[in-house]
Design a protein around this ligand. Structure first.
Ligand code: ZN
Length: 299
C-alpha cells in the first residue's frame, strides 16, 4: 500500500506541519519552505531544524517528507535575470531541505512561453545542472514535476522531463536514500515527481491505459518502476485540455476506478503519494480524503 499523505501548511514553522500530519493520519508530508508566491524566505533557524528532524523521526516520516519549490521560478526563462534568480532560490531550497533531512524538493521545471521549446529545454537543463552542483552533496534530491502543459510549460511527459536532466544526474533508484548512499558524494541528485491531475491534463487517460503508458515511459527514461513521488490529485478538467484544476479524490474525473487501481498496484507498494488540495478547516478535507482513499484501497 502506498504511503498516503498531503501537502500541509507550514505556517508557524515546518515542525508544526509534522504534528498536523500525524493528527490527520499522513504517512507522507509535503510543505513549502517559503511562501510559494514570494522570492524572499524567512531564515530557517537551527532550533526549528532540530525540532523538525526529531518530529519527523518520531512520526516515522523520515524519508517521506518533501518540499515544494515556489511557483515563481522559471529555470527555462529567456530572461537571464529571472533565470539566474530562479537558480539561486532553487539552490537555497535544496540546501534548506537538506538541513531538514527532507527527501526531495519538487520543482515545476519552467515554461518556454511563446518561444522555442527546444531552446527553453536547453536553458532548463543547464540551470538544473548548475543548481544541483552549487547545492552540493548535502542538499536534498531535486524532483522535477510533470506538468499539464499549459502555456508553454515544459515537462509534459516522463520523456520530456528526462530531457531536462543530464543523464548522469538522473536517479535510477527508488526515492529513499540508503544510509551508505547518504554518506556518498556520488549520489545521483535528480528524480521524477508526477501528478495524476497534470497527467490527465497532458492527455494520459488514467481511467484507461494511461497509467500503464506512464509507467512504461518512467521505466524507459528514468530507469525506475514508479516515480520517486506522486501527487495524487483528482481533476476537474477535460482529458488532454492542458489545464490544471485539482480536486479532492472522488470529486473529479479520475474517481474511485482509477484510485483503487493505483492504490492496489503492487509496483506502488512503497510509493509516497501526496494530496494537494485546499486542506479545509483544521485540515478536515485532507483527513476525509485520506480516509476515502484508504477505503477505496481496501474495497
Ligand atoms: Zn507542483
Amino acid at each position: 500500500m502506498p504511503r498516503l499523505g498531503a501537502h500541509l501548511s507550514a505556517a508557524g514553522g515546518v515542525s508544526r506541519a509534522v504534528s498536523a500530519a500525524v493528527a490527520i493520519g499522513c504517512e507522507a508530508l509535503q510543505v513549502f519552505l517559503r511562501a510559494p508566491g514570494r522570492w524572499a524566505a524567512a531564515p530557517l533557524a537551527q532550533p526549528e531544524v532540530a525540532r523538525f528532524r526529531l518530529a519527523a523521526r518520531e512520526a516515522a516520516l523520515s524519508g517521506l517528507c518533501f518540499a515544494h519549490a515556489p511557483y515563481l521560478l522559471n529555470l527555462a526563462s529567456a530572461d537571464d535575470g529571472l533565470r539566474t534568480r530562479s537558480i539561486a532560490v532553487l539552490v537555497e531550497e535544496l540546501e534548506r531541505a537538506g538541513r531538514l533531512g527532507v527527501a526531495g524538493v519538487v520543482l515545476h521545471p519552467g515554461s518556454a512561453g511563446e518561444g522555442s521549446r527546444t531552446e527553453a529545454e536547453a536553458r532548463c537543463r543547464s540551470a538544473i545542472t548548475e543548481a544541483v552542483e552549487r547545492a552540493g552533496t548535502r542538499a536534498a534530491m531535486l524532483l522535477v514535476e510533470g506538468t499539464a502543459g499549459a502555456g508553454g510549460q515544459l515537462g509534459r511527459t516522463p520523456a520530456e522531463l528526462a530531457r531536462l536532466v543530464e543523464p548522469g544526474l538522473r536517479r535510477s533508484r527508488p526515492h529513499a536514500p540508503r544510509r551508505s548512499e547518504r554518506q556518498s558524494t556520488r549520489r545521483t541528485r535528480v528524480g521524477i515527481c508526477l501528478d495524476t491531475a497534470h497527467l490527465w491534463g497532458a492527455g494520459y487517460d488514467l481511467r484507461g491505459d494511461g497509467w500503464e503508458r506512464v509507467l512504461v515511459e518512467v521505466a524507459e527514461h528514468w530507469g525506475v518502476a514508479v516515480p520517486h513521488l506522486l501527487h495524487g490529485n483528482d481533476t476537474r478538467v477535460e482529458l488532454g485540455s492542458h489545464r490544471d484544476r485539482h480536486a479532492p479524490p472522488g470529486e473529479g474525473r479520475l474517481g474511485e476506478a482509477y484510485f483503487h487501481r493505483l492504490l492496489t498496484d503492487a509496483r506502488c507498494a512503497s510509493l509516497p503519494i501526496v494530496l494537494e488540495i485546499p486542506p479545509g478547516e483544521g485540515n478536515e478535507v485532507v483527513r476525509a480524503s485520506l480516509q476515502r482513499l484508504r477505503t477505496w484501497a481496501s474495497g
